[in-house]
Design a protein around this ligand. Sequence first.
Ligand code: GLN
Length: 304
Amino acid sequence: MDYQQLIEEVYQEVKTKNPRGKVADYIPELANVDADRFGIALVDLEGKVYGVGDYDQPFSIQSISKVHTLTMVAHIFQRKLWSRVNVEPSGNPFNSIAQLEFEKGIPRNPFINAGALVITDALTTKFENPVEEVSRFIHEVSGKDCVTINQDVMNSELRHSERNTALAYFLKAYQNFDNPVEEVIKTYVAHCSMEMCCVDLARSFSFLANDGYSIYAKREIVTESEARRINALMLTCGFYDESGEFAFRVGLPGKSGVGGGVAAVMPHQFSIAVWSPELNEKGNSVKAIMALELLTDKLKFSLF
Ligand code: GLN
């Protein structure tokens, strides 16, 4: 399979079709990005990198960082964590408050904001400097010092974090939150404000395509069974209330972020990251989803 030719074809087709969306602006600083950016990087399990477009330009990974944070605590807390967060698709927007109240403070899954806040709370309990630990973890699994925190994006989100703060207080009201709300929100917003390029993001997901073993860290990051579970969660919950549609159209475990990135894995073959900032109404990148749909169509395989 000539991956370079494949992603170039996909890139051109998406450029020609040019589907449009809207850059996220509820975090005002995110709206300053150039809407026409578009890049794809694919990394195979030998570490060979294939890239096209803006594949080496850093962007705000936002919610994609929830996969890294989940991995960090899934390993540490194992089953105990699953009593605090469920593993069901939410069918609701990523920042829904209503659902959390209905479900008495146990978030539907670790990728909606409420669930990710529980994960960041667990990280805060475990580590003295959780933000540094997240960077260190990403550097290890991607084999490179590749993460920077965009202070402007971070401060911008901190000034507009009412909803996430409300979610955290709700969790606390249901005794599902151990640390001070403000401290955890700061950590959460910091890991969402991390910037990486498509290549490094795809590298950082490589262990999930490889039964939990990182070719960069040269060690098992999670067990094979944990890797399968993280992939199952990405497939069922990685795109919020569009997860079914993504599974239907693309058929790969993946995770989106409101910075316009999507990272996905084809188990035993490759990991891939696509970035284009314009989003659909569910908060997922329009061009990234189209690109991945074309990719699995051309490959003639996905998980299915
Ligand atoms: N930091 C963003 C938020 O909490 C992340 C959302 C996302 O990427 N879907 O709203």
